[in-house]
Design a protein around this ligand. Structure first.
Ligand code: BTN
Length: 265
């Protein structure tokens, strides 16, 4: 018996296909009620040989993974967890660019479907009212032909729901209306992602900057166990974060995690 709430029916492959007709989208669909991790499943698919794009979608994950080796809370009924598998000529060093581009695709899709305008925290998180509602994890593997396959995992807290105590202060939900299905969200994000992925000169970058929650803010980050302080001044064309340190030096961050500094009052 399914444990999914009837108000939020599970993600459905047939519904997803109606949003992404084969005549328009050459993408394989792998849809599950539950997986350990859609990124892990997508990696296995890629290692078996990836011919083209695929979407791996789950209504819940038992071992959802986040950045920095963290876990990603992935309960059933309220969220949607999926990975875009995409063979590419590009190197993993472009992961920060792809992650930033994906954040804009997710932001646009959610705005279109719900009218809610989310903030983007460099590089991979989307926020609503100060709480994280989406995380993105870009990885890559080689297929048997030695081609790179990008795996972009996206987790969205879509419908209203509750969080464990340790997350309740930091995690939130889009609180999408029940009439907007999770399949509709996956399809809209993928459509937008495809559009952006073929665009030249990253026209989405200005939107990323406009909705950044960190630009102009004093931030702190850690490298090799040492804390650094500065002001976030730009997102460069590679998606990297340009920072002016307290000693007046300009540095560029390509990875890692930053926090906005809350000054004592
Ligand atoms: C983060 O916030 O650190 C990134 C979270 C990424 C979560 C998504 S959910 C779908 C995909 N499968 C995973 O195991 N992780 C990503």
């Amino acid at each position: 018996m399914s444990s999914f709430s009837t108000a939020n029916p599970s993600v459905s492959a047939s519904e997803l296909r109606t949003f992404l007709p084969s005549s328009e989208f050459q993408v394989d669909l792998h849809v599950f009620d539950r997986l350990d991790s859609t990124n892990t499943y997508a990696k296995e698919l890629a290692r078996g040989g990836c011919c083209g794009d695929a979407l791996v979608v789950a209504g819940a994950q038992s071992a959802g993974r986040g950045r920095m080796g963290r876990s990603f809370y992935s309960p059933d009924g309220t969220g949607v967890y999926f990975s875009i598998l995409h063979p590419t000529e590009k190197a993993l060093s472009e992961a920060v660019f792809v992650t930033a581009m994906t954040a804009v695709a997710v932001r646009r899709a959610i705005l279109r479907l719900t009218g809610r305008s989310l903030g983007i925290k460099w590089v991979n998180d989307l926020y609503r009212d100060g709480k994280k509602v989406c995380g993105i994890l870009a990885e890559s593997v080689c297929d048997p032909q030695g081609r790179t396959c990008l795996i972009i995992g996206i987790g969205v807290n879509w419908y209203a729901g509750s969080f464990p105590k340790e997350l309740s202060e930091i995690a939130g939900s889009v609180e999408a209306p029940p009439t907007v299905s999770r399949s509709a969200l996956v399809a809209e994000i993928y459509r937008e992602w495809k559009r952006l992925s073929v665009s030249e000169n990253a026209p989405w970058l200005s939107e990323y900057r406009e909705h950044s929650t960190v630009l102009g803010k004093r931030i702190v980050w850690t490298e090799n166990g040492q804390r650094f302080f500065g002001t976030a001044v730009d997102i460069d064309p590679r998606g990297a974060l340009s920072v002016l340190t307290e000693s007046g030096e300009r540095v560029t961050l390509f990875s890692g995690e930053i926090s906005v500094r809350i000054d004592p009052v």
